[in-house]
Design a protein around this ligand. Structure first.
Ligand SMILES: Cc1cc2nc3c(=O)[nH]c(=O)nc-3n(C[C@H](O)[C@H](O)[C@H](O)COP(=O)(O)OP(=O)(O)OC[C@H]3O[C@@H](n4cnc5c(N)ncnc54)[C@H](O)[C@@H]3O)c2cc1C
Length: 293
């Protein structure tokens, strides 16, 4: 690994000052579970690494009547141990509890998962499905970006070199809301998703009040399947709903063939995972439990 300097800002303004000063020569570090690996193989060679774990705003975790805020440096274990998040945002728990294993979850963050912008990122689809927005800051002020617009290509995101992700905000969902993330991997854990589906649904009896489906590993970035929202919002839940959503997901997927799966296989998985994730989200929306939540 190449030599680098390490900065440990204690306030957000110090962190912003450092990122403004060093720009492209620096990288922020949250858990380091992507960054350190990439630095060791020379894929990233920052001259300065700026820690985010000591900045208060990046460590906030609040879940109340106005919604949920997760600081960019909050590790996964703090998220899945939070009883309010477990009951109000179970889909987020699905993702936070499957990234890596226990050791990784002790350090890794949803913010890092998003900023790393892997097409296979396991947290991003469910952030999109939960309508999360990114709170971004720089010396020029702050801006808010929907998560679905954040990743711009494999390993690339919309942040300017002098910007950082402070936190993620989630709206409060109404009653009869359910959400779910599932992925397909060839083993039980610790693998990169061949495909993943993060979904959310709100029901008013049998009417779909809102529905969002986002997919991982089937395009250069995680994608929101807009056609599902457009075509199914306001319709009645019926035996054809899931099949139709699955078909639309399959159409929206533009995967590549690689060592993990072929184009055809990933398109098929987009259909199957969308149907299964929606079935689970509907169960949750109707008051049932999936995986104990
Ligand atoms: C053994 C192992 C298993 C893994 N399993 C999975 C898995 O199952 N699913 C999965 O999706 N991933 C997995 N990963 C990858 C990784 O753990 C996740 O992507 C994790 O969520 C990254 O979070 P982090 O906090 O460690 O990010 P970091 O490594 O700290 O940062 C990731 C990137 O984001 C940037 N960054 C961090 N914070 C900010 C910020 N506030 N503002 C701007 N940029 C920022 C960094 O500069 C870096 O480029 C695994 C990794 C390992 C080593």
């Amino acid at each position: 690994m190449k030599w680098f300097d390490y900065e440990n800002p204690k306030t957000l303004s110090e962190a912003i000052e450092l990122i403004s000063k060093y720009g492209d020569d620096s990288r922020l570090i949250a858990g380091g579970t992507d960054l350190i690996v990439q630095m060791r193989i020379g894929r990233r060679t920052p001259k300065v690494v700026i820690n985010t774990k000591a900045v208060e705003e990046m460590n906030q975790l609040t879940c109340d009547s106005s919604g949920l805020t997760i600081g960019a440096a909050v590790p996964c274990y703090k998220i899945y141990q939070n009883s309010e998040i477990i009951s109000a945002y179970p889909g987020i728990i699905d993702s936070a509890s499957l990234i890596g294993g226990i050791q990784i979850q002790g350090r890794a963050t949803l913010g890092g998962n998003l900023c790393n912008a892997a097409p296979s990122a396991d947290a991003v689809p469910v952030l999109i499905a939960n309508r999360a927005t990114c709170n971004v800051a720089s010396s020029n002020g702050t801006r808010s970006i929907p998560v679905e617009d954040f990743c711009t290509g494999p390993g690339q995101n919309i942040l300017n070199p002098d910007e950082l992700l402070v936190s993620l905000s989630f709206p409060k969902h109404g009653p009869n809301f359910g959400s779910r993330y599932i992925r397909f991997i060839p083993r039980n854990e610790m693998d990169i998703a061949v495909a993943g589906a993060g979904v959310s649904i709100t029901l008013d009896n049998e009417v779909i009040k809102s529905i969002h489906v986002a997919l991982a590993s089937v395009a250069p970035t995680p994608i929101l399947v807009k056609k599902i929202t457009e075509e199914l919002t306001g319709t009645n839940l019926n035996p054809e709903t899931l099949n139709h959503a699955g078909e639309l997901a399959k159409e929206a997927a533009t995967p590549i063939t690689d060592m993990r799966g072929t184009i055809e296989y990933r398109k098929h998985l987009s259909d199957v995972l969308t149907k299964r994730a929606l079935a689970d989200a509907i169960k949750r929306a109707q008051g049932g439990k999936v995986n104990g939540r």
